[in-house]
Structures are given as structure tokens and as C-alpha cells.
Ligand binder design. Structure first.
Ligand code: EPZ
Length: 421
């Protein structure tokens, strides 16, 4: 297993860019199952999770390859007329987003056998809303042996009112509805930019979806879809992480390939923390403050402050000049970075879903352990600020969602490198 070694090395300066969005690429790759033929996807991030989704597609009989070298962000997926509509436990357990093949398989092949995703470090993460939506569209669903067994002759349109807002639940049911007979309305739908992006790709394939990005999405079923060529939108969470790297080191960085309106809530909090932020050259330029001001936040569904930026903001506030209150309302166990940040000298106490972060003058480098994707990023951010050497172990978590983050940070002046353990 690799480790990331980072030493506080002063302000970061220069230009970098966000890669393609992981949480857009995963549902879009699953959507390729809806149309026979050759799909091509550009700006696909080189991530472990993307590799897992391509492996899932291959086990179904698709040809799926990532190009290397200069075209390394190009993916081609050839979907046959008939696929093996199964997603095995061995793959689903490594990436819960594999469950996104359920909707497409049911819609186009009339059946699916997909392993129930286990929980993960940040929470139980059930899929009851996914199944509720698919049943509403007429699917027969049984759970047996840890698998979802689903069947449907032809799905039919329905009104699906989600009991809670779920990103992949919205995406799964939207993908099932595009080939259903008649109209489907998703109420209490997720509004994330990645949901809107998926709807855009489905419409390019011939679907008829309106309202994506709002809480109510309407899908009029069609008889068939065609393969697509598409470039994935930039990753707003990676962009936010790079901006926090500039903020926590008091540097000045231009992050290109960013859609500012996808990050409005994050930019607002960074301004409150004392950062100067402006749009520039298709990206965002951030100048970090000499003294970080405390900020308080409660994570929420989009357009609220994203839970995927909670750990990164906590690292920033751990060196603020005052006390910040950070509440996590989406996942039940997303504070595992707290214990590791404490090892670096942070003063954080957790009461249920709320963390009280009392800013300290300095952090000290220490050996720490990544526990989940965004926690690993937050530990690297703290290491950029800390005095001395921080060694982050289990960085396979990081590689699930960041394309060689250490290279991007090194190019900005960070003293950071990856070592094989
Ligand atoms: C997506 O996960 C993202 N993953 C997550 O990003 C992100 O943190 C999350 O949305 C919230 O924004 C992808 O898009 C691949 P949810 P998802 O369904 O869809 C509960 C990252 O770091 N729930 O919106 O799995 C659930 O337990 C990852 O990139 C049910 O109870 O999240 C959670 O508490 C981490 N029943 C809440 O809803 C359901 O059927 C929101 O979950 C579905 C969800």
C-alpha cells in the first residue's frame, strides 16, 4: 500500500486544473447500458472507481477500455445487443456506485441481478429508495442471498416521491424511466450538477427528460436510445479541495476547469474564512488569508454545502482564529478524520452530528491513517499546513476519487510525494 508524505512548505502558488467529475462519470458509464453500440467518453478521470465501473461493464459482456498516454482521459464502451445483466458482489463491495447499473439493466434488458452494496465507512447507505422507485415503475424485486433480483417485462411511467433526497437513487430511477412506457415524474429529486449532467447525456442519447437540476424531474419514455459521445464535466469536489489547499497555506492558486455555480456554497464559506475569490480564465483564483477566520456550516443536499467538502473545510477551520461549528446532516458517520486531525494537534470535539473546532495556532506533522475518500484529502490538506512530516497511510482511499492529487499539489510548490510501503 502507498503512503503520501507531506511537509508543511509555505504558501502554494501557481495554476492547476480539476479533472473530470467522478460522480458524473460513474452514472454516465452505467447509462451506456441503455444503448447498443459504441459510446465514447472524454475527460474521464483516471480513478480507481472508474476502473471498477469499467470492470463491471466488462463482466456484463461490454468491451470497455481506457486509452493510455495522451488520450488517457478517453474511454470507449461497446455495448452488445445482449448483456449478462449481473453485477457481482466482488465488484459491488469495492464500489457501491455499481448499483447504478440496476436501472439501465431493468430498462433495456428486463432483468438484473446486482449485489446489494454493503455499508461503508461513512454510513449504512441503504438503497431502499432506489428499490421503491423501481417498484413504482413496475419492477418485481426480491432480495435473496445478498443480491437484488429484479425483473420487468416493460417498465411503465409513474410518479415517484422519494422519502429523502438521494443522488444515485434519483439517477438510478431516472435511467430506468427513460425507456418506460409513458411519463414518469420524480418528486423530491436530487439537484446535484451531476444529476443534471446525467440527464443531459441521456437526452443526447434520445431520452426526453426535463427539470433535471430542480426537485421535480419529468421523463417521457421512448422506445430506444442511441450511443453517445460526451465530455464529462469538471469535478467540483476536487476543485474545492484544491482551493482549500491554497486557503490553508495562505497561498494564491488558479484552479482551471471549474464551473463556479457548481461550488457556490463552498465559495461562500471560503470567503467567510477570509479568502479572496474571483472567476478567471474558465476557473477560479483564490488568495488565502494570513489569518483564517472561523466559519460554521451544516452540510446539506445541493445547492447547500456539500458533505463531500466537510472534511476539507474542517482541516481549514482547525487553524482558524476562533471556534467553528460543523454539522454533518447527510451521513451518520462522517467524522472519522477528526481523530486523525487531533493527532496533528487539532482541537476538535464531536457531539453527535456536530463537531466543535477550536482553531489552534499550529498543527504538527504526524503519521495518520486515511479512513475514507474525503478524509484522506483532509489529512493531506492539514499536512500542507503542519510543521514537520505527515505520513498518510491507506491512500488507496484517496485514489478512488482523486487523480494523483500529490502531483497537482507538488506542481504548486508543496513538499509532497508518494512512497510505496
Ligand atoms: C452520492 O452518494 C455520492 N456518490 C457521494 O459521494 C455523496 O457523498 C452523496 O451522493 C451525497 O451527496 C456518487 O454520486 C457516486 P445519497 P449516494 O443516496 O447517492 C441515505 C464521494 O465522496 N439513503 O444521496 O450514495 C444515505 O444513507 C461520495 O464522492 C437512504 O437512506 O448518496 C445517506 O444518508 C461519498 N436510502 C443519504 O440518504 C437510499 O435508498 C444521502 O445519500 C439512498 C440513500
Amino acid at each position: 500500500m502507498d503512503k503520501i508524505i507531506v511537509r508543511g512548505n509555505g504558501p502554494l502558488r501557481g495554476e492547476t486544473h480539476a479533472s473530470g467529475a467522478k460522480n458524473a462519470a460513474l452514472p454516465i458509464l452505467a447509462a451506456s447500458l441503455l444503448a447498443e453500440g459504441e459510446h465514447s467518453f472524454r475527460n474521464v478521470p483516471q480513478l480507481a472507481d472508474v476502473g471498477t465501473m469499467l470492470a463491471v461493464l466488462r463482466t456484463m459482456g461490454c468491451e470497455a477500455e481506457r486509452h493510455q498516454g495522451r488520450q488517457k482521459h478517453l474511454c470507449r464502451v461497446r455495448v452488445p445487443h445482449q448483456v449478462v445483466p449481473e453485477a457481482p458482489y466482488a465488484l459491488v463491495k469495492t464500489m457501491r456506485a455499481s448499483v447504478l447499473v440496476l436501472g439501465p439493466l431493468l430498462a433495456r434488458h428486463g432483468r438484473a441481478r446486482v449485489s446489494l452494496p454493503g455499508g461503508c465507512a461513512i454510513g449504512a447507505r441503504p438503497i431502499d429508495q432506489h428499490l421503491k422507485g423501481l417498484r413504482a415503475l413496475g419492477a418485481e424485486i426480491d432480495l435473496s442471498g445478498g443480491y437484488v433480483e429484479a425483473r420487468a417485462k416493460r417498465l411503465r411511467g409513474a410518479v415517484v416521491a422519494f422519502d429523502l433526497i438521494t443522488v444515485t437513487g434519483t439517477e438510478n430511477v431516472m435511467m430506468a424511466a427513460v425507456l418506460a412506457r409513458g411519463r414518469t415524474v420524480l418528486e423530491n429529486a436530487a439537484r446535484e450538477p451531476e444529476v443534471e449532467e446525467l440527464a443531459g447525456v441521456l437526452n443526447k442519447m434520445g431520452a426526453r427528460i426535463s427539470g433535471a437540476g430542480s426537485g421535480e424531474i419529468t421523463i417521457d419514455g421512448v422506445d430506444c436510445l442511441r450511443p453517445v459521445d460526451h465530455a464529462i464535466i469538471p469535478d467540483r469536489i476536487e476543485a474545492g479541495t484544491l482551493l482549500v489547499a491554497a486557503a490553508i497555506t495562505g497561498g494564491e492558486v488558479l484552479v482551471k476547469n471549474v464551473v463556479p455555480e457548481h461550488l457556490e456554497a463552498v465559495l461562500q464559506k471560503l470567503r467567510e474564512a477570509g479568502c479572496r475569490i474571483r472567476a478567471e480564465a474558465g476557473g477560479i483564483r483564490l488568495s488565502g488569508p494570513q489569518t483564517v477566520r472561523p466559519v460554521s456550516v451544516k452540510t446539506a443536499e445541493h445547492p447547500g454545502f456539500p458533505t463531500d467538502m466537510q472534511a476539507q473545510l474542517m482541516s481549514l477551520t482547525s487553524v482558524a482564529d476562533g471556534t467553528s461549528i460543523i454539522s454533518e446532516s447527510i451521513f451518520e458517520n462522517r467524522f472519522m478524520h477528526v481523530a486523525e486531525l487531533r493527532r496533528m494537534g487539532a482541537d476538535i470535539s464531536v457531539e453527535g452530528a456536530t463537531a466543535v473546532v477550536r482553531g489552534v495556532d499550529r498543527l504538527s506533522g504526524a503519521p495518520v491513517m486515511a479512513t475514507d475518500l474525503r478524509a484522506s484529502a483532509s489529512l493531506i490538506l492539514a499536512g500542507l499546513r503542519a510543521e514537520g512530516r505527515t505520513a498518510v497511510s491507506r491512500v488507496y482511499h484517496l485514489d478512488r476519487g482523486y487523480e494523483r492529487l500529490e502531483r497537482k499539489l507538488r506542481a504548486l510548490g508543496a513538499d509532497i510525494r508518494r512512497v510505496r510501503e
